[in-house]
Ligand binder design. Structure first.
Ligand SMILES: [Fe+2]
Ligand SMILES: [Fe+2]
Length: 241
C-alpha cells in the first residue's frame, strides 16, 4: 500500500513536470493520441459485425468513433499549443505493449462457431476494459496536472476524453460478462488484468526513460534521480510480473 502510494505520488509529480514544459506536454499528448489511433492500424478491434446483439454492435461502433474523435482532439490540442504532431509506433503505443503481454488472441474468423465468437469477443472486451481503466487512471492524473498548471485547452480535451473512457470501462466489462457468463468472464478478465499490469510497468518505465533522455536536463537533479529510480523499479517489477 505504501509503495503504491509512493508510485502514485511520483506519477502525479511527473504529470505536473510534463505540463510545466510545453514541449514535453505536446509529446505526452502525442502518446495519448497514438493510443487513440491504434484501432485503425489493426483489423481485429471493435468487431461489431460479430456482436450477437444490436445494442453491442452499436456500442462497439460508437466506441470506435469515440477513439477516432479523441485522436483528432489530441491533435488539435498539440497544434494549438504550436507544436508539430509526433507519430509513435511499436513499444511507444500502449495498446501494442499490452497485446505483447497478452497470451490470448481474439481475432474472429468467419468460420468460428457461435460460442467461439462469443469467447473471442469477450476477450477483446476484457482487453479493452483493462486498457481503458489504465488510460482513465492516467488521464485523471493528467487532468489534475493540467488544472494545477493552468493548461486550460488541454484540460478541457482531457476532461472530455476521460468522460468517454469511463463509459468504455463500464460497458466493456458488462458486455464480456453477458457474452460468456460471470464465471467464465472472471477468468478472461483476470488474464487481461495480468497483461495490463505487466504492460503498465513496461510502458511507464520506457516512457519515463524517454522523457529523461529528451527533457531530463530541464528537471531538477532530485526529480531526475527519483524518475531514474522509479523507471528502474518498474523494470524490475515487470521482469517478475
Ligand atoms: Fe479514447
Ligand atoms: Fe476509450
Amino acid at each position: 500500500m505504501i509503495v503504491a502510494r509512493g508510485v502514485d505520488a511520483m506519477k502525479r509529480a511527473w504529470h505536473r513536470d510534463l505540463v510545466d514544459d510545453p514541449e514535453a506536454h505536446a509529446w505526452v499528448l502525442s502518446l495519448y493520441r497514438a493510443g487513440e489511433l491504434y484501432p485503425d492500424t489493426v483489423d481485429d478491434y471493435f468487431p461489431a459485425r460479430h456482436a450477437p446483439w444490436p445494442w453491442l454492435a452499436e456500442a462497439l461502433t460508437r466506441h470506435h468513433d469515440d477513439e477516432r474523435r479523441h485522436g483528432a482532439m489530441f491533435a488539435r490540442a498539440i497544434t494549438r499549443a504550436g507544436f508539430a504532431i509526433e507519430a509513435h509506433a511499436g513499444d511507444d503505443v500502449f495498446n501494442h505493449v499490452i497485446r505483447a503481454c497478452t497470451p490470448a488472441p481474439w481475432r474472429i474468423d468467419d468460420g468460428d462457431a457461435g460460442d467461439v465468437r462469443r469467447a473471442k469477443l469477450a476477450h477483446f472486451l476484457a482487453h479493452a476494459h483493462h486498457l481503458e481503466r489504465r488510460v482513465s487512471r492516467s488521464l485523471e492524473m493528467h487532468f489534475d496536472a493540467c488544472e494545477q498548471g493552468g493548461a486550460t485547452v488541454a484540460a478541457k480535451v482531457v476532461e472530455t476524453v476521460l468522460r468517454d473512457e469511463v463509459r468504455h470501462v463500464g460497458y466493456t466489462l458488462d458486455a464480456a460478462r453477458e457474452l460468456v457468463g460471470d464465471v467464465r468472464a472472471e477468468g478472461i478478465v483476470a488474464l487481461h488484468a495480468r497483461a495490463e499490469a505487466r504492460a503498465d510497468l513496461l510502458f511507464s518505465a520506457r516512457q519515463v526513460r524517454r522523457f529523461l533522455a529528451r527533457f531530463g536536463s530541464r528537471a531538477t537533479p532530485s526529480r531526475r534521480a527519483r524518475y531514474t529510480l522509479c523507471a528502474a523499479l518498474q523494470s524490475i517489477a515487470a521482469s517478475v510480473a
